[in-house]
Write a protein that binds this ligand. Structure first.
Ligand code: CO
Ligand code: ZN
Length: 331
C-alpha cells in the first residue's frame, strides 16, 4: 500500500491536467473491473458488479487533481509569474520548488520587502529556472506545475505532497481490485478539478445517477501543538464526516457508516470540518439529490508540500468501505 501511495504522490497532476495520474490508474485497475470510461471533463468512471433488485448504485469518488500553479507572465530576464490552481497558501511556497508537467523544475523566489518574518502574497513571487533571458525560459503562458517534494516514510506515518487526494485514490484502487459488491454496483469515479470547486464530480454524478454517493478524501486534524479544537487525530481510524462547510452529510448515511464500523469493530472518528469540503458536496445536490456522505483520512498540514497521514487509517478505511459496499443497504 505504501508503495502505491508513493507512486501516486510522485505524479504531477494539477487541476485540469490529470492525464498522467488517470493513465496510471487505468493501468492499475483495468483487469479488475467490468468496464471503464473517461468522460468529457476527464473523470475516470469505473464500474464493478451489477445492481440486483435489492441493491444500490454506489458512487465512490476520489479526486485525481492536486493543487498547483499556472504560469501567467515571463519577463525579459526569464522570471515567470504565476497564479494558483486551488488552495495554494503563500506561506507554503517560500523556498520551495515546483515541477512542470514535462518534468522541468523551477524554484520559487520572491521580491524583497516586508519583514524577515512576513510572507508576501503570490503576486510578489516568481519561478526562477536559472536562465537569464525570456528566450531560454522553458515555460510558456498557461503551463502548469505542482510542488516538488519527495515521499518520506516515517513508519506508521508517511509524508508526501498531494496526499490530498492520492491517498483516497489508493483506497479506491484497492477497493475496486478486491471488494465484493454483493447486490450493489460500485461506480468508482476518479474525479477532475476538485481543488477548483468539485467540478468533475458535479458532471460525473449527473451522468452516473447514483443511489448513494460517498467521497473519499482527506480532512484536517486537531492533534498538533495549539491546533484548533477538532476531535480528529492521526491513527484513530477513518473519519465519518457529519458536516463540513459545504455539506451536511445525510444522517441516514452517517448512521449506516457508524453502525457498519461498530459492528465490524473498525475504529472510526466523527468528523466536523469547519472550513473545506469534498466531492460529496457536488454529488449530494446532483439532479434531484443524492444521499451522500464522506470517509475522510485524517491528514496533517493539508495543502502543504508535506502532508502527513497514518497508514493504519488507510487500512481501516478500506475495511470500512469494503463492509459498506458488500452488503444489502437499507437507506
Ligand atoms: Co484539497
Ligand atoms: Zn482533497
Amino acid at each position: 500500500m505504501k508503495s502505491l501511495i508513493k507512486a501516486l504522490t510522485e505524479i504531477t497532476g494539477p487541476s485540469g491536467y490529470e492525464e498522467k495520474i488517470r493513465d496510471f490508474i487505468i493501468d492499475q485497475i483495468k483487469d479488475h473491473v467490468d468496464n471503464f470510461e473517461v468522460d468529457a471533463l476527464g473523470n475516470l468512471i469505473v464500474r464493478k458488479g451489477n445492481k440486483a433488485s435489492n441493491g444500490k448504485v454506489i458512487m465512490l469518488a476520489a479526486h485525481l487533481d492536486e493543487i498547483g500553479i499556472m504560469i501567467t507572465h515571463v519577463d525579459a530576464n526569464g522570471f515567470a509569474r504565476f497564479s494558483t490552481l486551488g488552495g495554494v497558501y503563500p506561506r507554503n511556497m517560500a523556498g520551495g520548488r515546483v515541477r512542470f508537467l514535462n518534468g522541468d523544475s523551477g524554484i520559487i523566489g520572491m521580491e524583497p520587502g516586508g519583514t524577515i518574518k512576513s510572507v508576501p502574497d503570490i503576486a510578489k513571487m516568481y519561478v526562477d529556472f536559472g536562465v537569464t533571458t525570456k528566450k531560454d525560459c522553458p515555460v510558456n503562458i498557461g503551463d502548469v506545475a505542482c510542488f516538488e517534494r519527495t515521499f518520506t516514510d516515517l513508519g506508521d506515518r508517511i509524508v508526501a505532497k498531494a496526499m490530498d487526494d492520492r491517498v483516497g485514490i489508493a483506497i479506491l484502487i484497492e477497493l475496486l481490485k478486491n471488494a465484493k459488491t454483493g447486490p450493489n454496483q460500485i461506480v468508482g469515479v476518479f474525479t477532475t478539478q476538485e481543488e477548483v470547486g468539485t467540478r468533475g464530480a458535479a458532471s460525473a454524478a449527473f451522468g452516473v445517477m447514483p443511489d448513494i454517493g460517498i467521497a473519499i478524501d482527506v480532512t484536517i486534524t486537531g492533534d498538533t501543538p495549539n491546533a484548533n479544537l477538532m476531535e480528529v487525530a492521526l491513527g484513530k481510524g477513518p473519519a465519518i464526516k457529519i458536516k463540513d462547510s459545504g455539506m451536511i452529510s445525510d444522517p441516514k448515511v452517517v448512521k449506516w457508516m457508524v453502525e457498519t464500523a461498530t459492528h465490524a469493530k473498525i475504529p472510526f472518528q466523527r468528523e466536523i470540518l469547519a472550513a473545506g469540503w469534498t466531492d460529496a458536496k457536488a454529488i449530494q445536490v446532483s439532479r434531484d439529490g443524492v444521499p451522500a456522505g464522506c470517509i475522510s483520512i485524517p491528514c496533517r498540514y493539508v495543502h502543504s508540500p508535506s502532508e502527513m497521514i497514518d497508514i493504519n487509517d488507510v487500512t481501516n478505511a478500506i475495511k470500512l468501505l469494503s463492509n459498506l459496499v458488500s452488503k444489502t443497504i437499507s437507506i
